[in-house]
Ligand binder design. Structure first.
Ligand SMILES: Cc1cc2nc3c(=O)[nH]c(=O)nc-3n(C[C@H](O)[C@H](O)[C@H](O)COP(=O)(O)O)c2cc1C
Length: 191
């Protein structure tokens, strides 16, 4: 069984993108694809970090728990809202917190907006940051436009046909990258 961490990035009161994180958790567990945890940045309520984890003298338990869950995950899905054409500060805060944890980690990006474009302007900046920090960004998208019309508050799709197909393709790409990474890791271990 794969282990997938889903980062729900919006900390906004009344946020909508969390619905997509809930959806992926259900999708992965109900289809028995992976054990999936939501790393909910609204629940963690992290401060704006003054330093990266490896330089913190006494990191909080929450920080250690968060970093442990990223470390343990075979792959990560980031669910990000689009704020003024970019991703939220809450997300940058936790990306910059870690370093080794991200190395070659397969990361798939789902962007969310309440408009027609599904938050796709987030992709270039977020993908660049993730590339820069050494993750393995999965070449697949799951943009969610008009989020209110597609998902209810519990993360259920109102009409599942097209979205479910898109979710399948998106998740399959992530799993392919996880498998590829595992294959390369075992090759390196056997050297
Ligand atoms: C500060 C801020 C900036 C936003 N900028 C954009 C934007 O550039 N493009 C867009 O489509 N939606 C934008 N939105 C609307 C979000 O797409 C909408 O809130 C959506 O539900 C995802 O964010 P949420 O999870 O915080 O609700 C913005 C929302 C906020 C709070």
């Amino acid at each position: 069984m794969y282990r997938i961490a889903i980062i729900s990035s919006s900390v906004r009161t009344g946020r909508r993108s969390h619905r997509v994180a809930l959806y992926f958790k259900k999708y992965l567990t109900e289809n028995k694809i992976a054990e999936a945890d939501i790393l909910d940045l609204n629940k963690y309520k992290f401060p704006l970090f003054e330093e990266r984890l490896k330089y913190q003298e006494s990191p909080s338990e929450d920080v250690l728990e968060f970093s442990g869950r990223i470390k343990k995950a075979d792959g990560v899905i980031i669910v990000s809202p689009e704020y003024n054409g970019g991703y939220p500060a809450s997300l940058k805060n936790v990306i910059d917190l870690l370093f080794d944890h991200w190395h070659r980690k397969p990361v798939a990006i789902s962007t969310v907006s309440d408009g027609n474009f599904g938050g796709t302007q987030v992709i270039t900046s977020l993908q660049f940051t993730l590339w820069k920090i050494g993750t393995w960004t999965v070449p697949a998208m799951f943009p969610v436009p008009n989020v209110d019309d597609l998902f209810d508050e519990s993360g259920n799709l109102y009409d599942n046909t097209d979205q479910e197909k898109r979710a399948k393709r998106f998740v399959n790409e992530l799993i392919w990258c996880i498998d590829a990474k595992k294959a390369m890791d075992s090759r390196d271990e056997n050297k």
